[in-house]
Write a protein that binds this ligand. Structure first.
Ligand SMILES: *[C@@H]1O[C@H](CO)[C@@H](O)[C@H](O)[C@H]1NC(C)=O
Ligand SMILES: *[C@@H]1O[C@H](CO)[C@@H](O)[C@H](O)[C@H]1NC(C)=O
Ligand SMILES: *[C@@H]1O[C@H](CO)[C@@H](O)[C@H](O)[C@H]1NC(C)=O
Ligand SMILES: *[C@@H]1O[C@H](CO)[C@@H](O)[C@H](O)[C@H]1NC(C)=O
Length: 657
């Protein structure tokens, strides 16, 4: 393994980390909401199936098998050779951070023993100075701090799940913090990646501060400040500096190109909330600017580094917990239910590096349309373009689940942040043991039925997404009443002691989003809809050690050049007869939701050989009207989701909207 290879890993997809944090104590301001420890929240229904062990798409796919064969994280490799380098310098830390919650959510003893082994192995190899894990194989390479940060997130989650680990792990983390503090004072441990990702370390230090300060408050706060002042100045990214067009044509005012790197931008989104707790500076407008100028209908923002979008998932949960603003939660839900499954094959054995909103092929691109990434970036495979997402993509669904419920800062209520089939169990203030179980096919259903059991009366809060209007709730079989969401998007339900059941009905309408070049995107609630281009599949390569790990080329096998008349959109629901969704659900023809729309064929040229040019404006139909079907974007692997429009009553004159 060469130094170069590790650097190229670094250039890619760090997914942002979970939110950890806690109660206010002197010195550090409180977060608005408290996260629940790993293990308190579990997926159920189709979401369990998406991640979990029996039918488990993710765990039965590439993600759950990497440890068996993939050289960056395979245990056989830890015991010899030079791959310690990749294991703890990036790949192993990523994998560990993501696999810890996955292993707990699926109740897998085998996966938990893998993460336990990794936790112990690194701690056992801590050296006298406090440096974590085996020393890098090449002693001439300086020590850089950032690749240890995802390891810290993994260790924190393991301690939340298994409190007996605290006594042995926390003192070792303090040894590392003490070393890092000295290194930062000496200007060591820093390079440009550490400088963009400092906020992840701040979040881990806050967890120590909140739960195990052990008299180290000054050390912790000083280290947080050192990180902020040696890191990139995210707070200076005010409006006048914000890039409002593709950055390859612009000069970065800070002379810090990485601050415009897609993934690192997602890291930057966490900077203000993570420092708010010691600087008291308010969360910035950066989030709004980012989505205003770079947003996409699938929920992500555009970057040459696709998984930056997933980055926003993780950063989004932390932003929500610090600020309580519902826009973050709405965005996270859209990304999880659209962009994340869209970039993976249905069985989750292959993933992309870059995804396109209009994607007419997934193959080696000629010429390369991506200014900063390779032509192979949108192939579905084991490690297209970079291996980093291979060892990191497993984070998406587990972190969404473990952040789907939080507690209010007074420890008296639970808040359901994300909607989906989930269960939660916790003890609130006054020894109020509560559990809740949400039964739903959401986002493939508009109804959620929640059973709650509590020792004492309490208030249950549920987020009502901004795309819903006219939501109702019926408690214990009573009359459906309109919900009254607060300004922060939460509806409060007063529940008695004992068992209660309430049914939330979330009526959704089709909405049309204006996109560039007079095109439109189609949504209904959290789901973005796309034309699923029929495809043929070619296996490009197969991993020698694991034949299911394939690189797949997809080519269109039918026309995709259509304009649609949005006024003719109709929504169709075919609830599954069995009451459960097929497994997997995110693939062609499988979701129970679809839409029909009147369309007509048009001339729509390709740019290069195999990618669609911008949607044409002022289209003329080249053939008769027809009906096409749109499907949830996550189920489409080739797609059109930004459509030219026409007026079907005027036969082919383009329509204003
Ligand atoms: C918790 O950690 C201890 C110490 O390593 C271990 O013996 C025990 O099996 C763990 N429990 C669970 C539930 O993982
Ligand atoms: C919340 O209250 C429970 C029960 O009284 C208690 O065990 C727990 O430590 C409290 N948690 C926090 C974060 O205050
Ligand atoms: C309340 O709900 C719990 C869990 O769902 C169940 O085990 C228990 O039997 C219920 N109690 C009553 C009185 O219905
Ligand atoms: C609109 O289309 C033109 C060419 O058809 C293209 O150059 C331009 O970049 C497009 N605008 C956007 C915002 O995509």
């Amino acid at each position: 393994m060469t130094f170069f290879k590790s650097i190229s890993l670094a250039f890619t997809c760090i997914l942002l980390s979970l939110a950890n944090g806690g109660i206010s104590q002197s010195g550090l301001a409180a977060k608005k909401y408290l996260n629940l420890p790993l293990g308190a929240i579990k997926p159920s229904g189709w979401l369990h199936d998406q991640v979990c062990y029996d039918l488990m798409v993710q765990t039965n796919g590439l993600w759950g098998h990497e440890h068996d064969f993939y050289d960056y994280v395979a245990q056989t490799d830890w015991l010899g050779g030079d791959s310690f380098y990749s294991d703890l310098e990036e790949a192993g830390s990523y994998w560990f951070n993501a696999m810890v919650p996955n292993a707990v959510l699926v109740d897998s003893a085998e996966l938990q023993s893998q993460t336990h082994y990794f936790l112990d192995f690194v701690l056992e190899n801590q050296d006298e100075s406090g440096w974590l894990g085996p020393e890098v194989f090449d002693a001439s390479k300086p020590r850089y701090l950032w690749a240890r940060y995802p390891y810290l997130f993994g260790a924190i989650q393991m301690m939340e799940y298994n409190a007996t680990l605290v006594d042995s792990v926390v003192p070792k983390l303090y040894k590392f913090v003490t070393l890092a503090n000295t290194m930062l004072k000496n200007g060591e441990g820093l390079e440009e990646w550490t400088q963009t990702r400092w906020e992840d370390f701040v979040i881990s230090l806050q967890w120590l501060y909140d739960f195990h300060p052990n008299g180290n408050e000054d050390l912790l706060i000083e280290t947080m400040k050192l990180l902020k002042y040696t890191g990139d100045p995210w707070e200076d990214k005010r409006r006048q500096y914000f890039p409002t067009s593709p950055v390859e044509n612009l000069q970065n005012p800070f002379n810090l190109p990485l601050t415009w790197h897609g993934v690192n931008m997602a890291e930057g989104l966490k900077a203000l909330p993570s420092t708010y707790r010691f600087t008291h500076n308010q969360v910035s407008e950066g989030w709004d600017l980012l989505f205003q100028y770079h947003g996409r209908p699938s929920g992500i923002y555009a970057a040459d580094e696709y998984l930056a979008g997933l980055g926003a998932v993780r950063g989004g949960s932390y932003l929500y917990q610090v600020s309580g603003e519902s826009k973050y939660a709405d965005r996270v839900e859209r990304i999880t239910y659209n962009a994340l499954p869209a970039t993976l094959t249905g069985n989750m054995w292959s993933r992309q590096y870059l995804q396109e909103q209009n994607q007419i092929a997934a193959q080696n691109m000629t010429p390369d349309p991506f200014p900063l990434d390779g032509p192979y970036s949108n192939v579905f495979g084991l490690e297209p373009n970079y291996p980093c997402c291979t060892v990191n993509h497993g984070q998406g669904f587990p972190k969404f689940i473990t952040n789907s419920f939080v507690k209010t800062a007074d420890n008296a209520s639970i808040v359901q942040v994300y909607l989906g089939p989930l269960t939660v169990r916790t003890v609130l203030a006054g020894r109020n043991a509560v559990s809740a179980s949400v039964d739903t096919l959401y986002p493939f259903s508009d109804t959620l039925t929640t059973r709650v059991s509590a020792d004492h009366p309490f208030t249950y809060y549920v987020r009502i997404p901004r795309w819903v209007s006219g939501a109702t709730v019926a408690l214990n079989g009573g009359k459906a009443e309109g919900v009254q969401a607060s300004e922060s998007g939460l509806h409060a339900i007063e529940l008695p002691a004992g068992n209660s059941t309430f049914t939330l009905n979330l009526p959704l309408e089709i909405t049309i989003e204006s996109r560039p070049n007079n095109s439109v995107a189609v949504h209904r609630g959290p789901l973005n809809y796309a034309f699923d281009i029929p495809r043929t599949q070619t296996i490009l390569t197969q991993a020698a050690a694991e034949p299911r790990a394939v690189d797949l080329q997809f080519e269109a096998s039918a026309a995709w050049q259509y304009a649609i008349d949005p006024s003719t959109l109709e929504f169709h629901e075919t609830p599954p007869a069995s009451g459960t969704l097929p497994s997997p659900v995110f693939d062609t023809g499988l979701p129970p939701f679809s839409m029909s729309v009147t369309a007509c064929p048009i001339a729509w040229p390709e740019a290069g050989d195999i990618f669609a040019s911008s949607p044409p404006e002022n289209v003329i139909c080249t053939g008769g009207k027809t009906q096409i079907t749109l499907w949830p974007l996550g189920a489409t692997k080739l797609r059109i989701s930004e459509f030219p429009v026409f007026d079907s009553t005027k036969n082919g004159i383009s329509r204003d909207h």
